[in-house]
Ligand binder design. Structure first.
Ligand code: ADP
Length: 624
């Protein structure tokens, strides 16, 4: 276990930057600033406070510790050049908009997340760190930042909000890269078009902000939010995140982008490529995605080909809805449940992408600690889960299906009859409405999320262990019982081998399942972190052998995942590399993101492959 230290500032004698201040005041100012644009809405203040206090009471690690190492410089950049570069970018966008990352690192919590490193560090906290953070305030300043990076050969990593926790947060893949935090100063809701049911936003607009604005304007529109509402609408769509209304596929519901290319040039996609009258934006920019010619939006999602400065999103007209859940008694009902969902989803009878969860999730969404149910280390036994679940509102069961139907009430009633008649084919299955369950049951929060109301409830499962961090493992499987069982068994066995509780949530569509597991570890326990890395590596490999690949991953596993998409001598990656080298010859934009390395870094030991299980230090490795 890491030692518990005290909150002290690192004296950094080597470098004196204009921006160096005491950690406390910097943090305070930063938090106050963040509060204004990415903070929690008033309606959730108290809930946030409770969530925060509960999480912090389960933390044994100090708030911060003195830094062990000096500022991590970008690769191939001397201290002298770095100092000159910092001065230059300060001159271009303002001293106060450039921060050197030389203070103690603070993991914070969801609402006060760092932009200096990965808050849920799976490696040493000081490994995935930036050298500095810059805050451009306009598209022109993003262009200036990109040109600056080219001049000094400094890798830059754009984030919108940086709450991509579980996938690497705000961390740069190359330690010492400069984080470009777009959200702090670029957080305008440029337009909400109530008739077209769409909006145009900058990177720093969170789900909370957009939702509150629509409520303030009393517009009959829904947003689509992921499980937690503090992320960026634009950033999440670029990373192909999902939500739970019928508009849950965020990238599919984008409409028009503005992108700064790695050479600093500015591009608009879709109808935005056609200038509007008198210098205005094109009037159909948020109405038609594809426009004319190749549809290139996709190459800017999960890639490192551009920095997105504006994005249009389609909004859903508000409609009546009804959330509900079913429970199923036996672990072995799994295959049949999946096979029953498939036709219901394909025919459009299920209203949204439902979630199928194992009953162990009922325990950890209560916000209680694992130690309430289980003594010592090692995963909970099935008997312990059964005994604990029996005392909860849904009772002793095995799988829980959370769904929502939409439309006029008569239509919802008819849909529910069809769905019930299908799921009741499984002996012992039960049906619940929110009114059947206590007011603090998770179903009430699902009802909010599934009608586009962003919440914080999903933070509660982070209390499971002390100092909890988490990683997502997110493969895609076909919606077919036997395939779902194959992938489930791989994941169950791997968790057993490494001693982790398994928390599966399956987002089941008509043809594919996002099988999302949450690996929860104690950030103070180096052995547990090392086991989590092995667990990830093995699951990626074993799933790929059966043809199952991840749709998204933590940045340290991106090379391995990208390497599994290797059909025809890795034609897909070679295509991506060709685009990368053309657009970004100096290799400055987010090298390594999604496993795409520019020529400058490619094959020079930066890639982390299946056999790289020691992630204690991140940097170029000698050829094996
Ligand atoms: P959120 O806070 O919404 O969860 P992030 O801002 O952390 O999301 O973004 C997730 C990832 O998407 C980032 O790590 C980055 O790789 C990419 N990304 C985010 N915003 C942009 C952007 N505006 N342009 C290019 N890439 C971005």
């Amino acid at each position: 276990m890491d030692a518990v230290g005290s909150l002290e500032e690192t004296p950094n004698k080597r470098m004196q930057f204009a921006t160096s201040r005491h950690v406390n005041s910097t943090e305070l100012e930063r938090n106050e600033e963040r509060e204004k644009y990415s903070g929690v809405p008033v309606r959730l203040k108290q809930e946030a406070q409770v969530a925060r206090d509960r999480l912090l009471s389960n933390r044994t690690l100090p708030v911060s510790r003195p830094r062990k190492k000096p500022v991590r410089l970008p690769p191939d950049v001397s201290l002298e050049d770095f100092e000159a570069a910092i001065k230059e970018i300060q001159g271009a966008i303002g001293d106060e908009n450039v921060e050197v990352n030389d203070k103690p690192l603070v993991d914070g919590w969801y609402m006060q997340h760092p932009n200096t490193h990965d808050a849920f560090h799976i490696t040493d906290q000081e490994e995935l760190v930036s050298s500095a953070v810059v805050y451009p305030g306009s598209t022109e300043e993003v262009q200036a930042t990109v040109r600056w990076a080219n001049k000094f050969g400094i890798p830059i990593y754009p984030i919108s909000i940086g709450r991509n926790l579980g996938y690497g947060g705000a961390a740069p893949r190359i330690p010492g890269g400069v984080v470009v935090d777009l959200g702090k100063r670029m957080h305008e809701i440029i337009n909400i078009d109530a008739e077209n049911a769409s909006c145009l936003v900058e990177p720093g607009v969170t789900y909370f902000r957009l939702y509150e604005e629509i409520q303030n304007r009393k517009l009959p529109l829904w947003i689509d939010t992921p499980d937690l509402g503090g992320g960026s609408v634009l950033g999440n769509a670029i990373d192909r995140g999902v939500g739970y209304t019928p508009y849950g596929d965020h990238f599919a519901n984008r409409c028009g982008m503005e992108v700064v290319l790695p050479n600093g040039e500015l591009l608009r996609t879709g109808m935005g490529a056609l200038p509007g009258p008198d210098g205005a934006d094109n009037p159909t920019w948020q109405s038609f995605q594809h426009a004319f010619g190749p549809s290139i939006d996709g190459i800017f999602s999960q890639s490192n080909f551009g920095i997105v400065t504006k994005m249009g999103m389609q909004l859903m007209p508000a409609i009546e809805h009804q959330s509900y859940c079913f429970t199923f008694p036996r672990d072995d009902d799994f295959e049949q449940i999946v096979d029953l969902i498939r036709p219901l989803a394909q025919k459009g009878i299920l209203g949204n992408i439902p979630q199928l969860r194992h009953v162990i999730q009922e325990l950890n969404v209560t916000g209680r600690r694992k130690s309430d149910f289980h003594d010592g280390s090692g995963p909970m036994t099935r008997e312990e889960v059964r005994a604990a679940a029996a005392k909860l509102p849904l009772g002793d069961c095995s799988w829980v299906f959370y769904g929502t139907q939409y439309g006029p009430s008569a239509s919802i009633a008819a849909q529910l009859e069809v769905i019930k008649s299908e799921f009741f084919k499984i002996p012992g299955s039960k049906f619940f409405l929110p009114s059947d369950l206590p007011s603090d049951h998770y179903l009430h929060d699902r009802s909010l999320v599934c009608s586009g109301v962003p919440v914080l409830r999903e933070l509660d499962w982070l209390n499971w262990l002390a100092n909890s961090g988490h990683l997502f493992f997110s493969p895609i499987a076909p919606t077919r019982g036997k395939d779902a069982r194959t992938i489930h068994e791989i994941i169950v066995k791997a968790h057993e081998r490494h001693g982790f509780d398994l928390f599966p949530t399956l987002c089941v569509a008509g043809r594919e399942i996002h099988y999302i597991t949450n690996i929860i570890y104690d950030r103070a326990d180096a052995n547990m972190k090392a086991s989590a890395v092995k667990l990830m590596r093995e699951m990626i490999k074993e799933c790929a052998e059966k043809g199952f690949g991840e749709y998204r991953t933590h940045l340290l596993f991106a090379d391995q995942v990208a390497g599994t998409y290797n059909w025809n001598n890795s034609a897909f990656m070679r295509f991506n590399e060709s685009i990368k080298d053309l657009l970004d010859p100096n290799g400055i934009l987010a090298p390594g993101r999604n496993g795409i390395w520019p020529k400058r870094f490619r094959g020079k030991g930066w890639e982390l492959k299946a056999d790289d299980i020691d992630l204690s230090s991140i940097g170029p490795r000698p050829e094996k």
